[in-house]
Ligand binder design. Structure first.
Ligand code: GH3
Ligand code: MG
Ligand code: MG
Ligand code: MG
Ligand code: MG
Length: 298
C-alpha cells in the first residue's frame, strides 16, 4: 500500500485530513519541517501534503530541501495553504510542488487530487524500475550498473573499503548463435545470467548485463581473495549448467572468461575514478581470453 505524509503544525487539521485519505493510502504525519524531512529520509512516502505556513522551517523550505536531495526528489508534494492567492500558489509550484490546495480543504477535491498523484507515482515507480532492468535477463542493465558503480566508488572513497569488479564474457558465443540459432542464444544468456546472479549473494552485490554477452558483477567491500572466490564460483556455475556448445573451439559446453580487479579507492591516485577499475578488469578479461578462455584472471 502507498503512503502519504501529512506535514502541518496544526494537529487538529491533521486529524481532519487523515480520515479523508485513509481509504487511499497509509497516512502518517509530522508537525514540523525538520521532523518531516527526517521521517522522509528514514521511510520515503509516496506523496507529501505540505502546509506552507509553519514556524521554524516553512513548507517552501521543506520543498526546496526535497528537490535538492536525490532520494527525496521523486516524491510528489501537494501544498496545503491558508492563502488562496496567486502568489502563494506560484511560489509553491516554483519550489517543485505538483499541486496546490487551499484551506478550508474540501474532501472530494482533496481525495481526487491525491488519487491522481498517487496513480502517477505508481506509474513512475514502475517505469523507473523497468528502466533499470535488462529486458532479456531481468538483471540490472548498463545504465543502472554505471550509476551504481559510480556511487559505490564514491562511497568507498569515504569509507576506505575495497571495491571489486568482475567482468565476464561468454566464450565463442558468436559460434553458439551461428550453430544453434539466435533464440537458443537468448535462452543461453538467460541461464548464464541466473547462474551469475545466484553467486552474487551478499547484500550490496550487483550483477548486470552490460553488453550483448557481457556481464559485470560489482562486489562492494570485498577483498581480492573474496572476489576471486566469487569469480571462480561464477565460472563453475556457468560451466556446471552444461549447456551443449558443439561449435566451441575449446569445450563441449558453454563457458565464460572472467577478468577481476580490486582496488581501495581511498588510496587511489588523485583524479582516479571508477573508469580505472573497469580498465583493469577489462585487461584481466582480455588476458583470460588470450590464455585459453574458461578461466579467471586478475
Ligand atoms: P569470444 O570468446 O572472443 O568472446 O568470442 P565471441 O564469439 O563470444 O565474441 P564476439 O564479441 O565476436 O561475439 C559476441 C556475439 O554475441 C555476437 C552476437 O551474435 C552475440 N550476441 C550479442 N548479444 C546477443 C543477444 O542479445 N542474443 C543473442 N542470442 N546473441 C547475442
Ligand atoms: Mg501552519
Ligand atoms: Mg564480447
Ligand atoms: Mg569478443
Ligand atoms: Mg564472447
Amino acid at each position: 500500500m502507498q503512503s502519504i505524509l501529512i506535514v502541518d503544525d496544526n494537529v487538529p487539521l491533521i486529524q481532519v485530513l487523515a480520515p479523508m485519505l485513509a481509504g487511499q493510502a497509509r497516512v502518517r504525519f509530522a508537525t514540523s519541517g525538520a521532523a518531516a524531512l527526517q521521517q522522509m529520509r528514514r521511510d520515503p512516502p509516496d506523496l507529501v501534503l505540505l502546509d506552507a505556513e509553519m514556524p521554524d522551517m516553512d513548507g517552501y523550505q521543506v520543498c526546496r530541501a526535497m528537490q535538492e536531495d536525490p532520494e527525496l526528489h521523486p516524491i510528489p508534494v501537494i501544498f496545503v495553504t491558508g492563502h488562496d492567492d496567486l502568489d502563494a500558489e506560484l511560489r509553491g509550484l516554483a519550489c517543485g510542488a505538483v499541486d496546490f490546495i487551499s484551506k478550508p480543504v474540501r474532501e472530494p477535491l482533496l481525495a481526487a487530487r491525491v488519487s491522481t498523484q498517487l496513480r502517477v507515482k505508481r506509474l513512475t515507480d514502475e517505469l523507473r524500475r523497468l528502466a533499470a532492468l535488462d529486458a532479456l535477463t531481468s538483471l540490472h542493465n548498463r545504465g543502472s550498473f554505471d550509476q551504481r558503480l559510480s556511487q559505490e566508488w564514491q562511497r568507498s572513497v569515504r569509507t576506505g573499503e575495497p571495491l571489486a569488479l568482475v567482468l565476464l564474457d561468454v566464450d565463442h558465443f558468436k559460434r553458439f548463435n551461428d550453430h544453434y540459432g539466435h533464440p537458443a542464444g537468448d535462452a543461453c544468456l538467460r541461464a548464464v545470467a541466473q547462474a551469475i546472479d545466484a553467486q552474487a549473494r551478499r547484500p550490496g552485490d550487483m550483477a548486470a548485463r552490460v553488453g550483448g554477452e557481457e556481464f559485470a558483477v560489482l562486489l562492494p567491500n570485498t577483498t581480492a581473495a573474496g572476489a576471486r572466490e566469487v569469480a571462480q564460483s561464477i565460472r563453475h556455475a556457468i560451466s556446471g549448467l552444461q549447456i551443449p556448445h558443439a561449435a566451441s573451439l575449446h569445450a563441449a559446453h558453454v563457458t565464460a572468461s572472467l577478468g577481476l580487479a580490486v582496488c581501495v579507492p581511498k588510496d587511489a591516485a588523485p583524479g582516479t575514478d571508477e573508469q580505472a577499475l573497469i580498465g583493469a578488469a577489462d585487461r584481466a578479461l582480455y588476458e583470460a581470453k588470450q590464455a585459453g578462455r574458461d578461466r579467471v584472471c586478475a
